[in-house]
Structure formats: C-alpha cells, structure tokens
Design a protein around this ligand. Structure first.
Ligand SMILES: [Zn+2]
Length: 62
C-alpha cells in the first residue's frame, strides 16, 4: 500500500482563486472560501460563499 498518490504539490499560501471561479447565480467573482475538503483523487472541493448574493456552492479545483 505504498503506491498511493500524493496530494497536489502547489498550493497557494493564502486564499487565492486558482481558477477564476464565479458565482453560478449572479456571476460575480467576489467569492469567499469557507472550507476546503480534499477528494480521494487529489482534487479540492471548496465550500464557497458569494459575497454579493450570499449563495453557497462548491467549487472543485483539480
Ligand atoms: Zn452570487
């Protein structure tokens, strides 16, 4: 069991929008990441809230 893949190597030091994620509701880019969870395949799921319309959604970063 030593062949497991490591998580992503490059991670931003602070909250930076790696991909220019947008709010799917109001199309604004002013987003606030509330929580980040790591998937089994190395992807990141970010629980994100829009600062403009307060909508909460998940942004997946590969
Ligand atoms: Zn919004």
């Amino acid at each position: 069991m030593s062949a497991s893949t490591k998580p992503a190597k490059r991670q931003p030091p602070l909250t930076v929008f790696i991909e220019r994620a947008r709010c799917p509701f109001c199309d604004d880019t002013a987003l606030h990441t509330r929580r980040t969870t790591q998937g089994g395949d190395g992807s990141l799921s970010r629980n994100t809230q829009c600062r403009t319309c307060r909508a909460v959604f998940v942004v997946v970063v590969e």
